[in-house]
Design a protein around this ligand. Sequence first.
Ligand SMILES: Nc1nc2c(ncn2[C@@H]2O[C@H](COP(=O)(O)OP(=O)(O)OP(=O)(O)O)[C@@H](O)[C@H]2O)c(=O)[nH]1
Ligand SMILES: [Mg+2]
Length: 162
Amino acid sequence: MNKEFKSGYVTIIGRPNVGKSTLINAIMGEKLLITSNKPQTTRNTIQAILTKENYQIVFMDTPGLHKPKHKLGEYMVKVAQSTLSQVDVIVFVTTPEEELNLGDKYIIDQIKNSNSRKILAINKVDTTNKEKLAKTIDTYYNYFKFDEVVPISALKQKILTN
Ligand SMILES: Nc1nc2c(ncn2[C@@H]2O[C@H](COP(=O)(O)OP(=O)(O)OP(=O)(O)O)[C@@H](O)[C@H]2O)c(=O)[nH]1
Ligand SMILES: [Mg+2]
């Protein structure tokens, strides 16, 4: 009679301004989190809880990860160790990039040994073309074999298939 109720923790991580908060708003179906075209809009880790009949997901929106070594170190100590080790799923958000940039590389290096399921979300696909997107997927997947690769537009609330 009773269906199994599932719950899980999902951390959204990525460079500043890639659309992490926009993605959570899209999933939640409301404008819960502040988004803007200025990097570093999200200042603290914020939880958004999605509750449905058979499941509950706690999303963790995190501040954008900075390239500078010092800040990055600080951030990783705070966020990486406390949240990344305990979550069920890590969604690493990036944008269509020609090359794997240092910031992203660093983030991937930090998450690749965690036990969580790791999803690569390539956001803002509305701003690119198929060739660039394919190249981005190749580049990132070659660097690390994510469990899933999902091209999306958080702004337009679209998941790209094929
Ligand atoms: N074109 C386009 N713009 C997007 C998309 N998703 C987000 N944006 C825009 O990108 C900007 C940054 O979005 P945020 O959600 O604030 O990004 P964030 O990763 O949370 O940024 P920080 O909190 O600063 O790390 C905003 O202007 C969004 O409207 C998308 O799919 N397509
Ligand atoms: Mg944000």
